[in-house]
Ligand binder design. Structure first.
Ligand code: TYM
Length: 337
């Protein structure tokens, strides 16, 4: 039996944070043991909002190094850069031509980002979910491990595959594209901001103190947790909707220390914030230390990193090209000779 396929990616838009790790990358590390895994750095997505060209390439390489520092093993997973495989952009175009515009206008992330960027909203930002669908569908991925915020984009990828490609251009018993399933693991699927427990932790929040980056040094982690928003109540608890900060920081404590939720809740049920915060700080620093140490080694060897990316690209490109050829033929494009 061939192993099931997994594809996922992160944008190189700045330092990866606890949300990216807990919601996505940490789960990739487990999946690579049992699945055929493809992990890309989605640099073409990173340019859908205004970006700094001087730092994009460096951030792209750094993101790949962070994948490896978190435990993605290039011997068993293909790690590659999205823009290195032209098939991503090409399939995106083919999918654009069959995706109704009103499906795109419904996308929550587009609406949120469009408000932020005002007159500067690019066509690329509207098209972001179709490029993401192309990323996934090119690899006939069975599973796509992501955080909660990507659920709607995954549904769109499924709808495009099923309703716009398979049903229009395929034959019933032989679908052209695999319809992927999202894999959203509840624990860590939605890590919230340190400055407001009702907002998602995000790379684009202008307040750096709202997130902990995987590469933040210990003193900065301490400072950020010290300043994290709290509430006037003593004792941390889950499932109290009026206390989103308690919910978020207690979940982080459970995830960072590897203690299950019930035990963490019991341990902290009568604890004041002044006692709790140092515990969370120590657990976070300890959890990130091995990642930071591995990262420091990896980033000093750019030739090795580039070799990993070249190998990853070669494996990925073969799969991507064969899917692209299949779809081009199905929509009736003249074959190149
Ligand atoms: P990005 O870079 O915004 O996020 C990368 C991954 O991190 C997850 N994530 C979170 N999880 C929990 N809590 C948070 N606060 C949090 N913030 C981010 C995201 O859900 C995501 O899994 N559109 C994708 C990138 C992408 C992609 C793909 C993913 C492009 N093509 C194909 C999968 C398959 C994204 O959200 O990037």
């Amino acid at each position: 039996m061939p192993r099931k396929r997994v594809l996922s990616g992160v944008q190189p838009t700045g330092a990866l944070h606890l949300g990216n790790w807990l919601g996505a990358i940490r789960n990739w590390v487990e999946l690579q043991k049992t699945h055929e895994t493809f992990f890309c750095v989605v640099d073409l997505h990173a340019i859908t909002v205004p970006h700094d060209p001087a730092t994009l390439a460096e951030n792209t390489l750094s993101t790949a190094a962070q994948y490896m520092a978190c435990g993605i093993d290039p011997k068993i997973s293909s790690i590659f850069i999205q823009s290195h495989i032209a098939a991503h952009s090409e399939l995106c175009w083919l999918l654009n031509c069959v995706t109704p515009l009103n499906w795109m206008e419904r996308m929550i992330q587009f609406k949120e980002k469009a408000i932020k960027h005002g007159d500067n909203v690019s066509v690329g930002l509207l098209d972001y979910p179709v490029l993401m669908a192309a990323d996934i569908l090119l690899y006939d991925a069975d599973l796509v491990p992501v955080g909660e915020d990507q659920k709607q984009h995954l549904e769109l990828a499924r709808d495009i595959a099923q309703q716009r490609i398979n049903s229009k251009f395929g034959v019933l018993d032989k679908p052209l594209l695999k319809v992927p399933e999202p894999l959203i693991i509840k624990e860590g699927a939605k890590v919230m901001s340190l400055s407001n427990g009702r907002n998602k932790m995000s790379k684009s929040d202008p307040n750096e103190g709202s997130r902990i980056a995987l590469l933040d040094p210990p003193d900065l982690i301490k400072k950020k947790i010290k300043r994290a928003k709290t509430d006037p109540k003593i004792g941390l608890e889950f499932d109290n909707p009026s206390r989103p900060e308690a919910e978020n920081l207690l979940s982080l404590f459970s995830l960072m220390s590897g203690i299950d939720k019930k035990t963490a809740a019991e341990k902290c049920s009568e604890m004041g914030w002044g006692t709790f915060k140092p515990l969370l700080t120590d657990a976070t620093i300890a959890a990130l230390e091995p990642i930071q140490n591995r990262y420091k080694e990896l980033i000093q060897k750019p030739e090795e990193l580039n070799q990993v990316l070249a190998d990853g690209r070669a494996t990925a490109e073969e799969v991507a090209q064969s899917t692209l050829d299949r779809i081009k033929a199905a929509v009736g494009l003249l074959k190149k000779i």
